[in-house]
Design a protein around this ligand. Structure first.
Ligand code: V47
Ligand code: SF4
Length: 402
């Protein structure tokens, strides 16, 4: 059958006509012919596609875009505060101002000291995101970014989401356009994908009522892309949303990406239910997680990458996810984020050495490629031999000697 010619033989039996409904056959043919699937197709995949079928299609798209490569980077996070004026129902990490004594609020000096603690270490990115508080305003952040860049110009600053930007621009009485220009000038290199949650107001108003809405989130990314810069996008799934809301979320992203091309990576974030106001909900099954990666990969044909964020998903599932469309695992992280450990993720001290990441990727049969934040390939680690003792001690990433 010509349509199957670019599929490995082992896959062919899984997607033959006699085992599929006409709707799934039509979707298979579209994907094989590199045509875009519709919203209705995505819904049908969520509702009725067998997992093996999703794996084949997602892996086909992944291979087309990224071959056998799986990307990772060497990074750390700074979470300026976990005190927050907002009260998102899924958030286990934040504390309201009236309970600020239970949280942390870093000063500028604290954060610069964190950056300095990585002096001489082979990290390429700092990811900065946290709660929203009045003292962290536009001037504060612009000064912080400038000082980080003065100290270490080569460190990629991936910072703040439209949730923070919307708040700080409003407080500073500047337009989104002026605000984004200012943060660009002060040293931000790219924007992470957080704060997207679920765009549809039916759900957003129930789980994240007060913060920026979908149009504001999308507009801030659009302005950033118009400035020639890159960003990521997330979805927080597996709680009260329905498949239609997930498809609606991806449709809005796909449409914006058609206009700007500024998104690099789509990052599905699985709702974790410990110690938050939605703890009564069960978490999605691992099968649902794989399904979600696969449908995302197939639907978002204009997104170059799909990331499995391993601190949220766990290491073994991140390995499996690479057969469901995922080609990126994020980074070493070095135990510098608390968002997922506080929400019940298995990784209570999320840190992987380069050795850990490379081994994990190789053991899943993929080619480990170290990247920078903008997906420039820094090194193919396939044939690198490690001396474990010199590479990994505790949670500290030590310089690697070739
Ligand atoms: O926006 C918060 C999510 C996001 C929970 O761009 C939760 O490279 C699940 O966006 N269960 C922040 N999710 C993290 C984020 C991110 C992470 C890694 C890489 C990148 C990137 C971005 O975490 C929030 C929210 O959607 N979140 N609480 C929870 N209980
Ligand atoms: Fe605040 Fe972000 Fe938590 Fe919402 S998800 S409460 S904005 S820290």
């Amino acid at each position: 059958m010509p349509l199957l010619s670019n599929i490995e033989n082992e896959y062919a039996g899984l997607i033959k006509d006699d085992s599929l409904s006409p709707g799934l056959i039509a979707i298979r043919d579209k994907v094989m012919q590199e045509q875009r699937i519709s919203d209705e197709d995505a819904l049908l995949l969520f509702e009725s596609a067998p997992l093996s079928f999703l794996s084949v299609l997602a892996d086909t798209v992944r291979t087309r875009l990224n071959g056998n490569k799986t990307f990772f980077n060497r990074n750390f996070h700074i979470e300026p505060t976990n005190v927050c004026i907002y009260d998102c129902k899924f958030c286990s990490y934040s504390r309201l101002i009236k309970h600020r004594g239970e949280g942390w609020e870093y000063t500028m000096e604290d954060m610069l000291n964190i950056v300095k603690s990585y002096d001489g270490k082979p990290v390429t990115e700092v990811h900065i995101v946290g709660g929203v508080m009045p003292q962290y305003d536009l001037d504060f952040y612009c000064t912080l970014f400038r000082k980080i860049k003065e100290h270490r110009p080569d460190l990629h600053v991936k910072a703040l989401t439209p949730v923070e930007y919307h708040y700080i621009f409003k407080k500073a009485k500047v337009t989104y356009e002026e605000g984004m220009k200012r943060i660009l000038e002060s040293g931000v290199d790219s924007i992470p994908g957080g704060g997207a949650e679920i765009f549809h107001p039916e759900i957003r108003e129930q789980i994240a009522a007060d913060k920026c809405n979908a149009d504001q989130w999308l507009r801030i990314h659009e302005i950033w892309h118009e400035l020639g810069k890159k960003s990521n996008a997330t979805i927080l799934y597996g709680h009260i949303e329905k498949y239609t809301h997930r498809v609606d979320h991806m449709r809005r992203l796909r449409e914006l990406q058609d206009r700007t091309g500024g998104f690099q990576t789509f990052i599905p974030l699985k709702f974790r239910n410990k110690d938050n106001q939605m703890s009564h909900l069960e978490e999605s099954t691992v099968i649902e997680d794989l399904k979600n990666y696969a449908v995302s990969r197939i639907y978002l044909d204009n997104f170059p990458h799909v990331k499995a964020y391993w601190p949220m998903l766990g290491r073994s599932m991140a390995q499996v996810a690479m057969s469901f469309g995922v080609d990126d695992l994020d980074g070493t992280i070095d135990d510098t984020t608390k968002i997922y450990s506080m929400a019940g993720a298995e990784e209570q001290k999320p840190a992987m050495s380069t050795y850990d990441l490379v081994t994990l990727i190789k053991n899943a049969g993929r080619t480990p490629i170290e990247r920078d934040t903008l997906y420039h390939e820094l090194k193919d680690w396939s044939d690198h031999s490690f001396d474990e003792d010199t590479v990994y001690r505790g949670y500290v990433e030590l310089p690697i000697l070739n």
